[in-house]
Write a protein that binds this ligand. Structure first.
Ligand SMILES: [Zn+2]
Ligand SMILES: [Zn+2]
Length: 179
């Protein structure tokens, strides 16, 4: 069975100037991720694409709307959001002898998966926040500052928590129990 990311350009034809627009609803493959930020496997990816026949091949201009899941870099809360990623790629009719990675049509078919994946991985947020104003965690006890009373305070800051809060701020992936 061919990948749902494979698009058949037969109806587009090879006459430069012809154009088709299409909409693809495809499940995200596993492995679209960067650190703790990822596209859940099987999540719906919506691609709005324009296919244009040009001299050398087929030019694809698309927008991929992709769900992502992550953890807030400050308070570690789970985040479910989505990114909209622009994609543009020329799929050549003939393989490029200088560059065997260059996207090429296979017969009339082109595979959008590698180009969409590369664009999505580049667009994933490096340090996502649950809210731009997320206050993060209390350096005194590790509680989410959004959840505590406004006058929440500690007489003495436990140095272990202070160190941990700094660590969490610099690395959202750290496990508090990790030794
Ligand atoms: Zn947060
Ligand atoms: Zn506290």
């Amino acid at each position: 069975m061919r990948s749902p990311f494979v698009y058949d350009t037969r109806e587009l034809g090879r006459r430069p100037g012809s154009m088709r627009e299409d909409h693809l609803d495809v499940p995200a493959p596993a492995g679209w991720e960067l650190g703790l930020v990822k596209v859940p496997a099987g999540a719906p990816v919506v691609i709005e694409a324009r296919f244009e026949s040009v001299m050398e091949g087929v030019l694809v201009t698309a927008t991929a709307e992709v769900p992502i899941s992550a953890e807030c870099g400050r308070c570690l809360d789970p985040i479910e959001t989505s990114v909209s990623v622009p994609v543009q790629e020329l799929f050549a009719y003939e393989p490029d002898p200088e560059d065997d990675e260059a996207p090429t049509l296979t017969g009339d078919q082109l595979d959008l998966e590698p180009v969409v994946r590369d664009a999505v991985v580049l667009a994933l947020p490096l340090n996502p926040l649950c809210d731009p104003d997320c206050e993060g965690l209390c350096p005194g006890c590790g509680a989410r500052l959004a959840d505590v009373e406004p006058d929440h305070a500690h007489d003495e800051i436990d140095p272990r928590w202070a160190a941990l809060a700094l660590l969490k701020d610099s690395n959202a992936g750290s496990d508090p129990e990790e030794k």
